[in-house]
Design a protein around this ligand. Structure first.
Ligand code: NDP
Ligand code: 8X3
Length: 250
């Protein structure tokens, strides 16, 4: 073990679960959070309670977040790296047809919870000259029909990351915005309300980014020499690129 601790949100699936595996294999202790307690308990069973500390709570619940943080055992309390990964997209309806409830859920999960946990951990991260890696998206930069609020939340994440860099000037704390394109996880299953066939269709034949590709990128970022900061990094599958602007004709 190298004595370092990472708090990885959204550790029950996709990027977060792969990142837990990568960091535990690399000798870190991991605080793994998410709502699905049984999946977190499987991580603890696989790696041991001295390596993984499970925190099952809904990240939108600030009181639950604060009490989970306050109750961290001593071995896990000195967070060196916060990976703000928990997040979701809900639906692809055009703005003029979309429901407000999923929009609000995306904003509270992807934005409000991310800033709340970041603020909570900043004193420790400053004390330890640690790092924050925020999982944004290519949707933060490139709009697409139906991406409306999801893209907006990720634009916030990217810009907040740069703002943190400015505020943390001189503290030694590093901040990175990681901006992946199409990646095969449970993301599309969640976005489509559980439509496995739709998820399979989206990724079929496309060779999307894998969760372990992202975990390897986070591992590389975390292990850079302390004088180097990756401000933002954008990743895409080779098979995904850009389309033309739309033109509506009368
Ligand atoms: P997954 O759906 O596989 O994982 C999402 C994770 O977020 C789960 O562990 C889930 O845990 C957690 N989460 C969601 N809502 C909450 C909540 N209210 N409270 C606590 N945890 C929550 O998707 P990905 O791994 O793909 O997504 C991870 C991040 O990557 C997200 O921020 C996503 O926006 C971003 N991203 C994904 C891309 C992709 O194409 N897959 C591309 C670019 C960015 P649980 O359900 O157990 O609570
Ligand atoms: C997920 C990538 O293109 O589905 O952030 O928005 S995309």
């Amino acid at each position: 073990m190298n004595g370092k601790v990472a708090w990885i949100t959204g550790a029950t699936s996709g990027f977060g679960a792969a990142t837990v595996e990568r960091f535990v294999a690399g000798g870190w202790r991991v605080v793994a959070s998410g709502r699905r307690a049984e999946r977190l308990q499987q991580l603890v069973a696989r790696h041991g309670a001295d390596r993984v500390h499970a925190l099952a709570f809904d990240i939108r619940d600030e009181a639950a977040m604060r009490s989970a943080h306050a109750a961290l055992p001593a071995d896990f309390a000195g967070i060196d790296l916060l990976v703000n990964n928990a997040g979701l997209a809900l639906g692809t309806a055009p703005a003029q047809q979309a429901d407000l409830a999923p929009w609000k859920q995306m904003i509270v999960t992807n934005v409000t919870a991310l800033v709340t946990l970041s603020r909570l951990l900043l004193p420790t991260l400053i004390e330890r000259k640690g790092a924050i890696v925020n999982i944004s998206s290519t949707a933060s930069t490139y709009p697409y029909p139906g991406g409306n609020v999801y893209g907006g939340t990720k634009a916030f994440v990217s810009q907040f990351s740069l703002g943190l860099r400015a505020d943390l000037h001189g503290t030694g704390v590093r901040v990175t915005s990681v901006e992946p394109g199409m990646a095969e996880t449970e993301f599309t299953l969640v976005r489509t309300g559980g439509d496995q066939a739709a998820s399979d269709r989206l990724y079929a034949g496309a060779q999307p980014i894998t969760a372990s590709d992202v975990a390897d990128t986070l591992w590389w970022i975390a292990n850079l020499p302390p004088h180097l900061n990756v401000n933002r990094i954008e990743l895409m599958p080779v098979n995904q690129s850009f389309g033309a602007f739309q033109v509506h004709r009368q």
